[in-house]
Design a protein around this ligand. Structure first.
Ligand SMILES: Cc1ncc(COP(=O)(O)O)c(C=O)c1O
Length: 449
């Protein structure tokens, strides 16, 4: 890759972006009382120097305050996999909030039971609790499993992401042991005190770590998604289940992103048998919610522990968890939007997307790979596709990503800002896929000189 050409093109795209977004730039300048000028600091993750400011969003279209419209393949990094403001969710939330009332009552609703039953049908775990984010679902699942096993540690895969869960901010070091993720903010203790780590697709490494006998739970995605998609090799997930059982360690499948695999996420798609499933984002149709499902055996074990305070101050809870608005939105999303039929259509669209992307990449003879997990597609700058987190991390190229993301944004196509992920929602059309591919083709053409 000619880096000086890449830099020149990126500079040109930054100027175009600034020209197309004067109101976003002004709004950013005016937001002086926001820390980092954004409501949450990660919104500064943009190649452009300032973020696009949202005006409206519907289905898979976003319009910014400057009047530019985008085909949205980011979809809120999966939180909007149901599309933006799907009509059944708008109706359910409007009814709850505006007609029936009661956004925060500390009382259960019938919607919650229906949502729990639907999650049980999809993921095969009978008992569910709700949180407001997937991060919290993971935190609380971890606490429950430490309590029930009496073991202190959690094991995660290197380069995983499970939200800002302290125990998960560990990567494999050069000696195979764990070390803190670079840039980790305010760790309460050295992460190796609370955690162990193994590479994805490495059963020998997992067995070595579990053999210490101090791991309460393995917290994992059935396919890595946050360092690009890394798919499980044949036998890996069955091997994880077997090893965790043999070592008395519980298994948590975090389905927050792998939900893209199908109506029951990767757990349903690959017929997996975890003890706990955690999830968040898309199940609320855009409204904040998280959830964790427990096996009957685990629920029994927890229920029989009189020493655990699961009602008041025991460390699992949240005043707004399970609130009526989140529950109405979750029920509507599961029952009416992200249905079995919707997943079939989204998956077919993603297959078309992946095939077209592979053809374009092959046309430029680039050593890149395309991976797909149901409705989710990603390309990495490595071929063959990375088989673990370390390989995936090494294949990142921030400069190249910046250029591609900017080039696409300037021509009305949005990707997730963190890597090269595209996601289909029920409204994503073939025309939208074609539009992405036209622009992507042109971007590679410019890079080829
Ligand atoms: C696999 C996984 N788990 C958990 C989370 C945390 O979700 P949230 O930020 O909504 O708490 C994320 C966020 O990207 C995720 O990718």
């Amino acid at each position: 890759m000619d880096r000086s050409l890449l830099h020149r093109l990126t500079d040109r795209e930054r100027v175009t972006f600034a020209d197309r977004h004067p109101r976003s730039a002004a709004a950013y300048r005016k937001a002086g009382h926001l820390f980092g000028r954004v409501p949450m600091t990660w919104m500064n993750k943009t190649a452009a120097g300032f973020p696009i400011h949202l005006a409206t969003a519907r289905g898979n279209r976003i319009t910014d305050v400057d009047g530019n419209t985008f085909v949205d393949f980011c979809l809120g990094d999966t939180a909007a996999m149901a599309g933006h403001s799907p009509a059944p969710v708008v109706a359910a939330v409007t009814r709850r909030l505006g007609v029936l009332g009661g956004a925060s009552t500390m009382l259960p609703t019938e919607d919650a039971a229906a949502a729990g039953a639907e999650l049980a049908r999809r993921f095969g775990l009978p008992y569910w609790s709700f949180a407001l984010t997937a991060t919290d679902a993971n935190r609380w699942a971890i606490r429950l499993l430490r309590a029930v096993t009496g073991r202190p540690k959690i094991l995660v895969n290197s380069w995983c992401y499970h939200g800002s869960v302290d125990e998960s901010l560990i990567v494999s070091g050069p000696d195979g042991g764990g070390r803190s993720r670079d840039g980790n903010v305010g760790a309460p203790v050295d992460v190796t005190v609370t955690s162990r780590v193994a590479e994805f697709n490495d059963l020998a490494g997992l067995e070595r770590e579990l053999a210490h006998g101090d791991v309460a739970a393995v917290l994992m995605e059935p396919a890595l998604t946050n360092i690009g998609i890394v798919l499980p090799e044949d036998g890996y997930l069955a091997g994880v289940r077997d090893l965790t059982r043999r070592h008395g360690t519980y298994l948590i499948n975090d389905e927050t992103h792998t939900f893209s695999a199908g109506p029951g996420g990767a757990t349903g798609f690959w017929h997996l048998d975890p003890d706990v499933v955690t999830i968040g984002k898309a199940i609320g149709g855009g409204i904040p919610v998280g959830a964790y499902g427990l096996s009957a055996k685990l629920a029994d074990a927890l229920g029989g522990r009189a020493d655990l305070d699961l009602i008041d101050m025991g460390g699992v809870g949240g005043t707004l968890a399970g609130n009526p608005v989140s529950m109405a939105a979750t029920r509507a999303t599961l029952e009416e939007v992200l249905t079995d039929d919707a997943f079939a259509a989204m998956t077919a669209r993603a297959s078309t997307f992946a095939a077209g992307l592979s053809t374009i990449i092959a046309g430029y003879a680039l050593p890149w790979s395309v991976s797909r997990l149901g409705a989710r597609v990603e390309y990495r700058f490595a071929d063959p596709a990375p088989r673990d987190g370390a390989q995936a991390a090494r294949s990142a190229d921030a400069e190249l990503e910046d250029f591609l993301h900017l080039y696409l944004a300037n021509r009305g196509v949005l990707l997730t800002p963190f890597h090269n992920m595209v996601l289909m929602c029920p409204e994503t059309s073939e025309r939208d896929v074609d539009r992405h591919h036209e622009v992507f083709h042109a971007a590679l053409g410019e890079l080829a000189g």
